[in-house]
Design a protein around this ligand. Structure first.
Ligand SMILES: Nc1ncnc2c1ncn2[C@@H]1O[C@H](COP(=O)(O)OP(=O)(O)O)[C@@H](O)[C@H]1O
Ligand SMILES: [Mg+2]
Length: 257
């Protein structure tokens, strides 16, 4: 590695995380380069959310290193809040403030964290609501929107902070099937616009088409990683094949259910 090689946006090295006695991340290595879309797939309980939460500093790693946007965030001296400002996160549950309008949901953090004026925050929020196809709902309350629309507001809210990295944790898995496509469409547009993204998803077609790379996790480890087409289309590892069979063909019965 040369000194002037571009630093990855995310670099996770030998990350371990335990909850009590239980080690749920057992030595994870992962890099996301600028402009790259990396999709993380794997069975429930394999540690995908914990990995994302460690990357976003919502969980304290037990050991290992995490570099984010050029800062080593596992260093106790680093200003974590400053780094976190540049990372957008979208969860399965949209976590909008129910008593605030769509527009206010998208301006609050801009005003308090970035100290933008009301006019500037409104301008940025409206541009991002436009981007997710919801500018006309700026004055609605979240409860007046469908789940898919609420998730698109959550994406607009994250984008309004000008993130250099977007983390998504199964953003479509709480949605009715007919609402999934709009959210994936917004994510695809973001990817096309060059956003750096780390996406935990069950949507294999999305991972294959939009993902530059796919990471398959099982039982707290990265089992396989590579170009999306290879990992999903021609997996090398038996565990990856078994998982993909199960998710791509739900009628397939595995011995463990
Ligand atoms: N805060 C927590 N306390 C204790 N155990 C946890 C906590 N968060 C997650 N776990 C456990 O860690 C394992 C991995 O969970 P998670 O990262 O949510 O997996 P995934 O997102 O792949 O479904 C699971 O067994 C889960 O029960
Ligand atoms: Mg999860």
């Amino acid at each position: 590695m040369t000194a002037d090689a571009p630093r990855p946006v995310v670099r996770v090295s030998d990350l371990h995380k335990s909850f009590g006695e239980r080690e749920v991340l057992r030595g994870i290595d992962l890099e996301v380069q600028a402009g790259e879309v990396v999709c993380v797939i794997g069975p429930s309980g394999s540690g995908k959310s914990t990995l994302l939460r460690c990357v976003n500093l919502l969980e304290q790693p037990t050991s290992g290193r995490i570099e984010l946007l050029g800062a080593e965030v596992t260093d106790p001296d680093v200003d974590i809040d400053r780094v976190r400002t540049h990372v957008g996160m979208v969860f399965q549950q949209f976590n909008l403030f129910s008593h605030k309008s769509v527009l206010e949901n998208c301006t609050m953090a801009q005003r308090t964290v970035l100290r933008r004026s009301r006019a500037e925050a409104d301008r940025v929020a409206l541009a991002n609501l436009e981007r997710v196809g919801l500018a006309d709902r700026a004055h609605a309350m979240p409860a007046q929107l469908s789940g898919g629309q609420q998730q698109r507001v959550a994406i607009a809210r994250a984008l309004s902070m000008d993130p250099q990295l977007m983390l998504f944790d199964e953003p479509t898995s709480a949605l009715d099937p007919e609402l999934v496509g709009d959210v994936l469409g917004v994510m695809r547009d973001l990817a096309d616009a060059g956003m750096t993204m780390l996406v935990v998803t069950h949507e294999m077609a999305f991972a294959r088409e939009v993902g530059d790379r796919v990471v398959f996790m099982d039982d707290g480890t990265v089992v396989e990683t590579g170009p999306a087409d290879e990992v999903i289309g021609a997996p090398r590892e038996e565990r990856t094949r078994t998982f993909l069979q199960r998710v791509l063909d739900p009628t397939h019965q595995s011995p463990t259910g």
